[in-house]
Design a protein around this ligand. Structure first.
Ligand code: PLP
Length: 463
């Protein structure tokens, strides 16, 4: 499989080249040249373990890592999960919850970042190179990225997070990692400021080349690829319990459009997904887009689901490329209009507009009510991101098609929101308990590109 950019100026990359490039050098996002149809394999894949399924699916997109080597990388990546199914499907009455939080940092991003860390390690061993990973996080990406590469040779990681805007535990999950290759940067600004800083260092191509910068943000193709697998796994788990299942809906709490874009690809590959239900919090640019065709930026709202407090969705352009029928010219035009005016539209209700998606949003109150409801009915504690999905799923439910809800974090990570909804309930997890009182390390950073570059230069091992 070869990779190309949505903006049309980069093409014919191998998988490892695409992984190392992260954001495409023309400012676009990388996509596979084609999406394989796997419909004829579905029956045979039904009974595979998670790792075996991952090898089959991911192997289709990776042409330059030998199968045995890739198998080893995948086995290693999912051996760190504490549930034997890796992403178990939990049934609560008519509600299906796909628990994606059994990895080292208790959030779904581990599924992708454990894999990405091992891919980087593999590539650097082959090329004898070094890598300086720079990332921005609204909370969960940072700790999951750090967990993916901590202690690995020839890799430094620099993670920017908006100071005071992640939960205390999320910050601890990052700053308690004391490995010498891990650098936490507390930025005096918002998550969008962190993302803008990241975009600007990556767009300085000479700097990027000199310091071998790599990305782990959800724009990295390897992350999307790893996330495709659990849509298949969830479908097979549901079918195992209910063999007559045909189509399913997936409800995905969304921020950067990464997780749900993986579902979009799974659907393109032939997995019988009827609708992808996109669920946002009050930062509802994506929900508005799928209702009206207009993509319009607003101010960031701070909510109980902070990992989704995002206005400009970094993976949206990947979807746009398909929605605009693979026309890089139209993608460029749309993104330019959005950059210049804060808004852009595609014609709504034309045949090219995708009816695959249904969309809705949840207010803070509705999010807390969803946490209360599932606890009262089933005694199940859910994190606020998952609860956004539960609320939206409820409003869009149809009796004939089951909905699988993606559960993106363990509730103990977001105990402050749980406390508001359920004052008597204290979700805990031993991994998090072990962090309390741990030794930490972080550095402060202004919203300033030069300050960031200076920090990267300074921390790098001397030549
Ligand atoms: C990152 C994250 C999301 C949003 O995922 P995207 O791929 O950015 O849409 C949702 N919930 C949690 C807990 C997250 O960490």
């Amino acid at each position: 499989m070869r990779y190309k950019s949505t903006r049309g100026q980069v093409s014919d990359l191998s998988f490892t080249e695409a992984v190392l490039m992260g954001l495409a050098s023309d400012g676009g996002l990388l996509l596979p040249e084609s999406v394989p149809d796997v419909s004829e394999h579905l029956e045979a894949w039904q009974s595979l373990s998670y790792s075996e399924l991952a090898k089959n699916i991911m192997g289709l997109y990776i042409g330059d890592i030998a199968a045995a080597e890739l198998g080893g990388i995948i086995d290693k990546s999912y051996s760190t999960f504490t549930n034997e199914k890796v992403t178990p499907l939990n049934r609560l009455g008519e509600t299906y919850i796909l628990e994606l939080f059994h990895g080292p940092t208790l959030a779904f991003k581990d599924v992708a970042l454990q894999f990405l860390g091992n891919v980087f390690e593999h590539i650097l061993k082959e090329t004898k190179g070094e890598l300086n990973i720079v990332g921005a996080t609204s909370g969960d990406t940072g700790s999951a990225a750090i967990a993916g590469v901590r202690g690995k040779d020839n890799i430094n990681i620099f993670i920017m997070f908006p100071e005071g805007k992640t939960s205390e535990l999320q910050e601890l999950q990052m700053t308690s990692v004391l490995d010498a290759n891990v650098h936490n940067l507390a930025v005096d600004g918002s998550f969008d400021d962190c993302q803008a800083l990241l975009k600007s260092v990556f767009s300085d191509l000479p700097f990027k080349a000199q310091y071998q910068l790599g990305a782990v943000n959800s724009v990295n193709w390897a992350r999307i690829l790893a996330q495709i697998v659990y849509f298949f796994s969830a479908y097979f788990q549901l079918k195992e319990e209910q063999p007559q299942t045909h189509k399913v809906d997936f409800c995905v709490p969304t921020g950067n459009f990464g997780d749900i874009f993986a579902g979009y690809l799974a659907r393109k590959m032939g997995l019988p997904i009827d609708r992808l239900i996109l669920a946002t919090n009050a930062n509802d640019i994506l929900a508005r887009f799928f209702k009206t065709g207009r993509y319009e930026r607003e101010e960031v709202n701070f909510t109980h689901s902070p990992a989704m407090d995002i206005q400009v969705s970094s993976n949206f352009e990947r979807y746009l490329y398909y929605a605009l029928e693979g026309s890089s010219a139209k993608v460029n035009e749309f993104m330019e209009s959005f950059a210049n005016t804060g808004a852009a539209s595609i014609e709504f209700n034309t045949p090219s507009f995708d009816q695959t998606f249904a969309a809705g949003s949840a207010t803070n109150e509705q999010t807390l009510a969803a946490i209360q409801e599932i606890y009262e009915v089933h005694g199940y504690i859910t994190d606020p991101h998952t609860a956004v999905g539960l609320h939206v799923g409820k409003t869009l439910r149809r009796t004939e098609v089951p909905i699988i809800h993606l559960s993106t974090a363990h509730p103990a990570k977001f105990d402050a929101a749980i406390k508001l909804a359920l004052p008597e309930v204290h979700p805990v997890h031993p991994t998090l308990e072990a962090l309390k009182g741990a030794k930490t390390r972080k550095s402060k950073l202004e919203v300033d590109e030069d300050a960031l570059k200076h920090f990267i230069k300074k921390q790098r091992a001397p030549e």
